[in-house]
Design a protein around this ligand. Structure first.
Ligand code: S3P
Length: 426
């Protein structure tokens, strides 16, 4: 396992870009495989999760070519049974969305992933898919991968999701566009809406009413041109680094600012840093902007139940930022973090302790006693990309530096992370 170390940094200055949005990239790959014609993705994420989704699309019969000039081209529309296990590796999005997509394809599919993914729940997708008539089972009474999908004709229906999860909602919509009649998916807490925004680009209309999305199947799909904006969840680590390193002033260009994803920016503003959105524009149904961040002495943060879903992937980083504030921060309502790439409530708490921060761990979050500048130390990334990056950010503002064991995990979403930080710190 590779180690990486970051130490107290001078101000971060200048401009940078981040990889394409991982959620949008994976949706476009799967829809590109399903829709007849040649779909083109520009600005796609090149991390390990997106690669896993592409490999799955290939095994299912999509023809994929990648070139510097043209982006990723996917010739879809003729999916067929694979004689191999579809390996989503570390990607919950690839596994869960593909489960919904394949539930309506007339062949058998077996989906699995790495050791982390095989511990993550899939019953949250399987149970509602059954309401459409899907034949899907999984290990341990349908709780964990591998997942076995016997694809068959589905019937649209109304579903209310039980977990606040965009992956569950998306799996149902991908099944729904292939089912007979109307499928409506209602969620108690709104989650990221990239699937709803993308489906019309592939020819499937989506009606939206409050927190419900409705599709009519079977939809006649066609290929699409998708421009992927930069990933806000990758930009977040640079924004967080600029917020804690005194004197920093950076701009991250072309970052997706879909309102279902920007709660992190609000939280950082509440903590006192200056965060501005400039040059707002829209492509492929998604808004993007350049984000300028300037450092400040941070105040403690509060995140409550209503907000957690909207910054779910940024919560480990917020916990790290809270260690740099003077005073007590409370982050609650984040029980979903227990079933991410690692048990992020536990891995963040032990990481914070390892760098000298007092933290209380709760079932659904943390209380963090910030003292302005943590000591530093050695943290185990636990195979989790966001834990690796959050603590590498901590090192930049710490007194003695932070070593992250298993730092290569960052490559799941942002293989160029450390190089980008270093280019800003010069
Ligand atoms: C994602 C949804 C979220 C998020 C994950 C990506 C997606 O997961 O944590 O990183 O692409 O839809 P859940 O839907 O499980 O909350």
């Amino acid at each position: 396992m590779s180690r990486a170390r970051t130490t107290r940094s001078g101000p971060l200055r200048g401009e940078t870009r981040v990889p394409g949005d991982k959620s949008i990239t994976q949706r476009a790959i799967l829809l590109g495989a399903l829709a007849p014609g040649v779909t083109r993705l520009r600005g796609a994420n090149a991390g390990a999760d997106a690669k896993a989704a592409l490999a799955m699309a290939r095994l299912l019969g999509a023809r994929v070519t990648e070139s510097r000039h043209d982006g990723i081209l996917i010739r879809g529309g003729a999916l067929r049974e694979s004689d191999r296990i579809l390996d989503a590796r570390n990607s919950g999005t690839a596994l869960r969305l593909a489960t919904g997509l394949l539930a309506a394809q007339p062949f058998l599919s077996i989906l699995s992933g790495d050791a982390s993914l095989r511990r993550r729940p899939v019953d949250r997708v399987i149970v509602p898919l059954r309401a459409l008539g899907a034949d899907v089972t999984a290990r341990k009474e349908d709780r964990f991968p591998p997942v076995v999908v016997r694809g068959r004709a589905l019937q649209g229906c109304a579903v209310v999701t039980s977990a606040p999860s965009a992956q569950v909602k998306s799996a149902l919509l991908l099944a729904g566009i292939q089912a007979q009649g109307i499928t409506s998916v209602r969620e108690a807490t709104p989650t990221r809406d990239h699937t709803e925004r993308m489906l019309p680009l592939f020819g499937a209309a989506v009606d939206r009413e409050g927190t419900a999305a409705r599709v009519r199947g079977p939809a006649t799909l066609h290929a699409a041109e998708i421009e992927v904006p930069g990933d806000l969840s990758a930009a977040a680590f640079l924004i967080g680094a600029a917020a804690i390193v005194r004197g920093s002033d950076i701009v991250v260009r072309n970052v997706g600012v879909n309102p279902t994803r920007t709660a992190f920016l609000d939280a950082v503003r509440r903590a006192g840093a200056t965060v501005e959105q400039e040059a707002e524009r829209e492509a492929s149904g998604e808004p993007s902007a350049d984000i300028r961040v300037r450092a400040a002495a941070l105040r403690p943060v509060r995140v409550g139940a209503g907000e957690a879903a909207a910054l779910i992937d940024e919560l480990p980083l917020i916990a790290v930022l809270a260690a740099f504030a003077e005073g007590k921060s409370a982050i609650r309502g984040a029980g979903e973090l227990r079933v991410k790439e690692s048990d992020r409530i536990a891995t963040v708490a032990s990481g914070l302790r390892a760098i000298g921060v007092r933290v209380e761990e709760h079932a659904d979050g943390w209380t963090i006693h910030g003292k302005g500048r943590p000591r530093g130390g050695t943290v185990d990334a636990a195979g989790d990309h966001r834990i690796a990056m959050a603590f590498l950010v901590a090192g930049l503002g710490s007194r003695e530096g932070v070593t992250v064991v298993g730092a290569e995990a960052a490559g799941v979403s942002d293989p160029g992370f450390l190089a980008r930080i270093r280019s800003l710190a010069r």
